[in-house]
Structure formats: C-alpha cells, structure tokens
Design a protein around this ligand. Structure first.
Ligand SMILES: NC(=O)c1ccc[n+]([C@@H]2O[C@H](COP(=O)([O-])OP(=O)(O)OC[C@H]3O[C@@H](n4cnc5c(N)ncnc54)[C@H](OP(=O)(O)O)[C@@H]3O)[C@@H](O)[C@H]2O)c1
Length: 241
C-alpha cells in the first residue's frame, strides 16, 4: 500500500487524475468513521484530519464544478469556494479555470442570499427545478445563476449534461448523504473517493448515503489505496469502463 506522506503534491494529484478530461466524470468525496458514521454532532469536521484535508484539497484542484446539497451548506457552515494561491497557480498551469464553480442543489431553496457561500470566487450555480418557490428563486438569482432542470424534481443528469456543455466535465460532489443517494439513484457516480477515519463514532449518525431506497447496485473498481501516518486510509473506487 502506498504511503501518503511519501508522495509529493504532484504525485498525489496524479493518483486522482482521470485519463481524459474531455470525458464527463463525477467523483463523490466522503469521509466516514470505521463504524460508518458520516458526521459527529452534525458535522464532518470531527472525522477529518490533516491528512484528509490534504487529500481533500488536492482532489479539489482537479474539479471544474464542486457540487453540494443545500443541506451541507446549511449544516456545515460551508465556506465560500476560493482556492489558495498555490492551488490557483497549479490550476492555471494545468490549463484549468483559476477556481472551480460551486453548484448547489436545492428543491426548497431555504438559503439566504447573504450566506457567505455566495461570495465564492466564481458566481455559484443554484441547481433547482421548475416547481421550487419562485420568490426564493428570484431572491437567490441576485447572487447565483439559477439553473432550472426538471419540472417537479431536480434532474441531476440534465444538470451534469449542462455543466459538460459548458466545458465543465469534471464534477466533484462534496455534498452529503441525500445528494449521494440521488446521484446513485440516477446512476451518475463515476467514482467514490472515500476516507476511512480511524475512530468509532458510536450509534446515531447516518451512513454516507440517504434518501428514497433504490434497487440500484453499481460495482466499482479499486484504483488506489493510500495510508497516512495518522492511520487514515484513502480509497479511490471508479466505475468499470
Ligand atoms: N462525512 C462527509 O464526508 C460529509 C460530506 C458532506 C456532508 N456531510 C454531513 O452530511 C450532513 C448533511 O446531510 P444532507 O444529506 O442533508 O446533505 P446534502 O445531501 O448535501 O443536502 C441535502 C439537501 O440538498 C438538497 N438536495 C440534495 N439532493 C437533492 C435532489 N436530488 N434534488 C433536490 N434537492 C436535493 C436538498 O435541499 P433542500 O432541502 O434545500 O431542498 C436536501 O435537503 C451534515 O451533517 C454534514 O456534516 C458529511
């Protein structure tokens, strides 16, 4: 097994690069405890570590779009999406936009236009459907581009297709269990980047996936495993070609 601490940033990024960026690819990133908890006291913060933060930020460098559910914005106090100077330089050198675009999925649109997340480096995209509350949509259109996909529910495939049509083929989901559940149900997950945190969280927290049960099962292939000196493990699983 490869040791994370022995890898340079470029070597780490290379492990997560896709062979062809022109091919649409949706990567979901999660950290979970050994006993499967997705949060502790409502936040993922207690599950992370320096090694996890490092992998998280290197994966972000590769994204055109960072996709999140409104629940993660509300509960995590999600920061505006603005990459560090080093990350921006790396991206420009790789021919990418300086910052990825944040896309927030929501049906109820219970987000305040003054939420700091709307101060991201790039104007965020709010992904919603035609039956979401029109007054909230109008208020949020002041601070985000509103992308309406679907009549009564969000059509995630249409959203991902729209990103691709704009040249944003590489989507990183940093959303929570409901978003992963929806993406799985729509069979849109090309990759799961999973961090295993070396702790037991006990009963209470949910799994990394949630929502309406579906019958879909999708086999993934293990592409890489990394071990960190703080006992965290990092798995990269991708959809079979
Ligand atoms: N461990 C980790 O790596 C990790 C990562 C992210 C989050 N989390 C944790 O997950 C928890 C939040 O869970 P969550 O499931 O609420 O997060 P989430 O999936 O990011 O957000 C759920 C909300 O997003 C919107 N949404 C998601 N899928 C949708 C769809 N298909 N159509 C329309 N709207 C959709 C809905 O917003 P509206 O209600 O506005 O309609 C829904 O209520 C927090 O405790 C957070 O700490 C953990």
């Amino acid at each position: 097994m490869q040791q994370l601490d022995e890898l340079s940033d470029d070597e780490l990024i290379a492990l997560y690069e896709v062979p062809d960026r022109s091919v649409p690819h949706l990567r979901a990133n999660f950290v979970t405890s050994l006993d499967g908890a997705v949060e502790i006291d409502g936040l993922s913060k207690a599950l992370t570590s320096d090694s996890d933060s490092r992998v998280f930020s290197m994966i972000r460098r590769l994204a055109d779009v960072v996709l999140v559910g409104a629940g993660t914005i509300r509960e995590e106090g999600y920061n505006p999406l603005k990459l560090s100077g080093a990350a921006r330089s790396w991206r420009l050198g790789a021919g990418l936009a300086e910052n990825p675009t944040l896309a927030i999925v929501s049906s109820r649109l219970e987000l305040s236009p003054v939420n700091p997340v709307f101060k991201s480096a790039v104007r965020p995209i709010l992904v919603t459907h035609a039956a979401s509350p029109p007054d909230r949509r109008e208020a949020l259109a002041e601070v985000a581009e509103v992308l309406v996909v679907g009549d009564a529910e969000v059509d995630l495939q249409a959203a991902v297709d729209e990103f691709s049509a704009r040249g944003m083929t590489q989507v990183l989901s940093e959303g929570g269990p409901h978003l992963l559940g929806s993406l799985t149900a729509a069979d849109l997950v090309d990759e799961l980047s999973l961090t295993l945190a070396p702790l037991l969280a006990g009963p209470g927290a949910g799994r990394i996936t949630a929502g309406v049960p579906s019958t879909i099962t999708r086999q993934l292939q293990l592409k890489s495993t990394l071990a960190a000196s703080d006992d965290y493990l990092f798995f990269r699983y991708v959809r079979e070609a």
